[in-house]
Design a protein around this ligand. Structure first.
Ligand code: ATP
Ligand code: MG
Length: 150
């Protein structure tokens, strides 16, 4: 049996972003719910834009400001939901928006600031953690799918 790496950890600059995005997509491809965590300015939206580009998304990818959720189509016409819960006032608000239905839709869901909706998160997800090292680099950690089954 091949040894499974529990946490993947890489330091990257913007010039390595596309390479990192493609590795994340590969590692997370069997999961529907991807949490993209990290402090403000950690590079969550930047990574999401790079992943969207690689999946052939032609819609403009930016953080949802008014709606909490943006909807994209990949090159096969599959729907991707991109959430940003930063401005969410309460979990009840997320519930009212129907976040549950989106998460249970079977479509790919990318979540920024998922810590705002702890009780709405499914049991299973792929977690990506970003950290700022200095202005030029970030560190990414992620849990490979086999290790994420709780
Ligand atoms: N790997 C990287 N190396 C250097 N700079 C990066 C990297 N990734 C992102 N950045 C830069 O960090 C800044 C913030 O990025 P971004 O908006 O993606 O952060 P965010 O985590 O989505 O922030 P927020 O919590 O405000 O939504 C941008 O200027 C972006 O270019
Ligand atoms: Mg963002």
């Amino acid at each position: 049996m091949p040894e499974v790496e529990k946490w993947m950890q890489t330091l990257y600059s913007l010039s390595e972003l596309d390479q990192v995005a493609s590795r994340v997509i590969d590692a997370a491809k069997d999961e529907r719910i991807w949490l993209i965590d990290g402090e403000m300015g950690a590079g969550k939206t930047t990574l999401i834009k790079a992943m969207a580009k690689q999946l052939g998304v032609v819609n403009t990818v930016s953080s949802p400001t008014f709606s909490i959720v943006n909807e994209y189509q990949d090159r096969e016409g599959k729907t991707i939901y991109h959430f940003d819960f930063y401005r969410l006032k309460s979990e009840a608000e997320a519930y009212d928006i129907g976040v549950n239905e989106y998460l249970e839709s079977g479509n790919l869901c990318w979540l920024e600031w998922s810590e705002k909706i702890p009780s709405l998160l499914p049991e299973r997800y792929f977690k990506i953690q970003l950290e700022v090292n200095d202005p030029q680099t970030r560190t990414i950690h992620y849990v490979r799918e086999e290790e994420n089954r709780l």
